[in-house]
Design a binder for this molecule. Structure first.
Ligand SMILES: Nc1ncnc2c1ncn2[C@@H]1O[C@H](COP(=O)(O)OP(=O)(O)OP(=O)(O)O)[C@@H](O)[C@H]1O
Ligand SMILES: [Zn+2]
Length: 817
């Protein structure tokens, strides 16, 4: 009998690839293990075993695998099931999903770069001959590709050697990957078990009466362990008892204390201010009961709770329940909201059971969390993570929380899989028979719609914690202010007045400047030409700080012009305003106060964002100017005033969700004001104070907004009323992409008639020298989504059988909003 495996390879192949294995390999292998497999002429990939069977492929001769890389599966059956759902629903390949799902540390492949490990020096005698050859080569070259190593060793299958070298910590994969891989060990002490009986203990204290310092330390250990019920760090004990570490050492040497180590996670949990969970107020209590009640009839529930109502505390109670039922918990958040603020809050409740999963972590840190979840480690009972944490190897989920569920960043736009983490999490919860709670102060229309349709359970929490009033929101008409000459730069007299008062009272201020679609561009005052990116059809953005012009699409940079390239005039002006300019103006208006700025430029680096947040918390900053980043569920104690510099540019953004998003954004920023005792104040500057959305924002009227927007969605056939698939075609030759997109749209129209829109050139028609064309397919509720996708996939296949179109890139984006 012959044995075969179907393998997922991390490249976009339409089908799984079949390889031959021996009978004993067949016995050993399980789905979810990694194997090294040859592919194409000389490539080797890390693949995941999908299934084991006896059917030889008919279209090709199965090659043999090179090597088995795992002893036990690193991907479980539920994950493989989820991967299939994603590939199917989002119209991509299992290879695409695999690449997104696995931390890159798990995927060795031909393109992998190997470097010398710089952390330790290796005892060369432990290296086998082939290992030594590679190791030595790396003493002379800074990095090697896998095929270089193949050449050095003169054999094809080099992955086992590399794997051994990694295990011996002699090499690193992809520079940063292994450099930080050194578990941090923290010293703890406990009382030796010999003294656990009361008599033994009394005896010990008697014996120690002649060593009062030591006795004191023993007593402190007692009281500390009694209050925290957690492991006691040597450092904490030394602080608490005011004793030097040498006294603790004496106690350890005498066998009275036992010393032990715990490997701490990368995100340090500072067990110091160990809080018991807070008591819920009556509103929260009611909401909690209602959520539990809704879970009796629904798997998914939506918690609509106004800003600062204390949704987090409600989640905490639900998490406690899931944990005590022995289940795992996933707490999903938008990337940017994953700050120490929330991490610390949860760690105060759940200690080291919380693991954090974040894209700013090195792949090795991610591998570590992966393994902790896989092995049911006590350190990963709760995973707090961004989008990609839905891919972790859970096998026993009891609860998923999706906080800030309206956030757009849960959707991955590029590359494939173009999945939405909230929607995928719902499927994940279903597979585990777990409950899932979506929470937001400003729910997405689709979730609220589903709740109204009773597809989801629905719970409201409409009171701020502490009974603080919702902030007072005032609209300031800048057109009128301009006419009356009451504007200084971008600041109205109202805003300046409120700012002055707030600062005098010792409170802090947040100024919000939406950047999207309104970046500062440069224009020649003489001929009106503004410098364009040479690769993309957009104007370059002016960055004052570096005195540069940049393209936000491709990253192109040039120095700021001295003269207009078109007419040579030196009268060049910057139009529009970004955060930088607001910051500069504030500094002039309020020279005696500390001003800081938070946007993509100031928050690079792993902790860039957190540094600014901490500075604001510590009140080192009086006025913070920032973009969207400011909106993500942050909790500040002393911010009293929020200014929204210009509401109009977000409202006018060409997107069917622009109004919904503006509403969410403004209410979220407004929600940062007045979260403790005093009511906060929000000023919104606008040219159009009668705009419905602004009226709805100022009265905090979600329901009005919902009804009005839903009306538009019905009328114009948009989600959540219709489903939507966007097809983007790209090519460097405009004519080719145009012909191709016309062909594609025509084929679609034969099936879907009026529900096909386009092809259209997007507002930015050329990016990185590629021309784009978009086609939109709208799918009414009564039309089968899966049949529609099948039909599109078929058209896509015929498309690629046309020779002229083969070089055109086609992107399918399901739920592209
Ligand atoms: N039961 C409680 N006891 C004590 N403090 C509480 C309680 N509930 C909430 N708080 C405090 O109130 C503040 C707001 O709570 P939280 O951050 O959970 O609100 P939220 O609903 O998540 O708001 P947002 O949607 O704006 O993020 C926090 O500082 C929190 O510590
Ligand atoms: Zn560009």
């Amino acid at each position: 009998m012959q044995y075969f495996i179907d393998v997922i390879i991390p490249i976009p192949l339409k089908k799984l690839f079949t390889y031959g294995i021996t009978a004993s390999e067949a016995e050993f292998l399980k789905a979810g293990m990694r194997v090294a497999v040859p592919f194409g002429k000389s490539k080797i990939y890390t693949g995941i075993v999908f299934s084991i069977h006896n059917d030889a492929p008919t279209a090709y001769e199965a090659k043999d695998i090179q090597q088995i890389l795992d002893e036990t599966p690193i991907v479980n059956a539920k994950q493989l099931q989820l991967w299939q759902w994603i590939a199917n629903y989002y119209m991509c390949t299992l290879g695409d999903v695999m690449r997104a799902a696995l931390p890159s540390g798990f995927i060795l492949e031909s393109e992998t770069v190997i470097t010398k490990s710089n952390s330790i020096t290796i005892d060369e005698s432990v290296l086998k001959d082939d290992e030594f050859l590679v190791y030595e080569a790396l003493q002379h070259q800074s990095s090697l590709k896998i095929h270089d190593i193949s050449n050095i060793l003169d054999k094809k299958n080099v992955l086992p050697v590399i794997k051994r070298l990694i295990e011996k910590e002699a090499i690193s994969v992809e520079e940063e990957v292994y450099e930080k891989y050194k578990p941090k060990l923290v010293r703890y002490v406990k009382l030796n078990a010999n003294f656990s009986s009361e008599t033994a203990l009394r005896q010990l204290l008697d014996d120690l009466s002649r060593a009062p310092k030591q006795k004191q330390v023993v007593m402190t250990l007692f009281s500390v362990s009694a209050t925290t019920k957690k492991p006691v760090k040597v450092s904490d004990l030394s602080n608490e008892s005011d004793a030097s570490s040498s006294i603790i050492k004496t106690l350890i040497d005498k066998g009275i204390f036992e010393e032990y180590h715990i490997q701490t996670d990368r995100v340090q949990y500072s067990g110091e201010d160990n809080e018991d969970t807070k008591h819920l107020n009556t509103y929260q209590e009611t909401a909690l009961i209602e959520v539990k009640e809704s879970f009796k009839t629904h798997n998914v529930s939506l918690l609509h709770g106004v800003t600062s109502s204390g949704k987090t505390e409600v989640y905490v109670k639900l998490i406690e329940d899931a944990l005590s039922a022995g289940k795992q918990v996933l707490y999903l958040l938008p990337e940017i909201a994953l700050t120490t603020q929330l991490v610390t809050r949860l760690q105060n409740y759940f200690g080291e059971q919380v693991a954090v999963f974040h894209s700013k972590y090195s792949t090795h840190e991610r591998v570590e969390v992966w393994n902790n979840v896989l092995n049911h480690s006590a350190k990963a009972k709760i995973v707090l993570g961004a989008r990609s944490s839905i891919f972790l190897p859970f096998d026993n989920l009891g609860l998923i929380v999706v906080d800030e569920e309206h956030e757009q960043s849960f959707k991955q736009f590029d590359p494939a899989p173009r999945y939405h983490a909230r929607d995928t999490a719902i499927v994940l919860a279903y597979m585990h028979e777990a409950k899932i709670l979506l929470g937001s102060a400003t729910p997405s229309l689709e979730s609220y719609f589903n709740a109204k349709q009773n597809k989801y359970g629905f719970v409201e929490l409409m009171h701020r914690f502490n009974d603080v009033l919702m902030p007072d929101i005032e609209l300031v008409d800048i057109k009128d202010k301009l006419k009356k000459k009451l504007m200084k730069g971008h600041f109205s007299d109202r805003l300046i007045g409120e700012m002055t008062e707030t600062l005098q009272e010792g409170h802090q201020i947040i100024l919000f400047q939406n950047r999207r679609g309104f970046s500062p561009i440069v224009e020649c005052n003489t001929c009106g030409v503004s410098p364009q990116c040479s690769n993309c059809d957009v104007s370059l953005t002016y960055h004052q700080y570096r005195h540069q012009l940049r393209c936000h699409y491709c990253g192109y940079v040039e120095a700021m012009l001295k003269k207009c390239k078109a007419c040579g005039s030196s009268e060049i002006d910057s139009k529009g305003f970004g955060t930088e300019q607001i910051e500069a103006e504030v500094k002039l208006l309020f020279p005696d106060y500390n001003v800081a700025r938070m946007d993509l430029d100031t928050t690079r680096g792993k902790y860039g964002y957190e540094k600014i947040i901490t500075a604001l918390e510590q009140q080192e900053i009086d006025i913070l100017v920032g973009t969207q980043m400011l909106t993500k569920g942050l909790d500040f104690r002393n911010v009293k005033l929020v200014g929204i510099m210009n509401a109009d540019n977000m409202l006018n953004f060409p997107d069917f969700r622009a109004h919904e998003r503006s509403f969410q954004l403004m209410l979220q920023v407004a929600g940062r004001a007045g979260r403790t005792e005093e009511r906060g104040k929000v000023l919104i500057q606008t040219y159009n104070p009668y705009h419905n959305i602004l009226q709805q924002v100022s009265t905090n009227n979600y329901v009005d907004m919902f009804n009005e927007q839903m009306n538009d969605r019905y009328n114009f056939k948009y989600p959540p009323v219709y489903k939507q698939i966007k097809i983007t075609l790209k090519h460097k030759d405009y004519n080719r992409v145009e012909t191709a997109s016309i062909w594609f749209a025509k084929s679609l129209r034969q099936l879907f008639a009026d529900f096909v829109l386009g092809p259209e050139s997007p507002p930015v028609a050329r990016i990185r020298n590629q021309f784009h064309k978009n086609i939109l397919v709208k799918i009414p509720k009564n039309q089968s989504l899966s049949k529609t996708k099948e039909a599109i996939a078929k058209i896509n296949n015929s498309f690629f059988s046309i020779k002229d179109f083969r070089s055109v890139k086609v992107i399918l984006n399901v739920d592209n909003f």
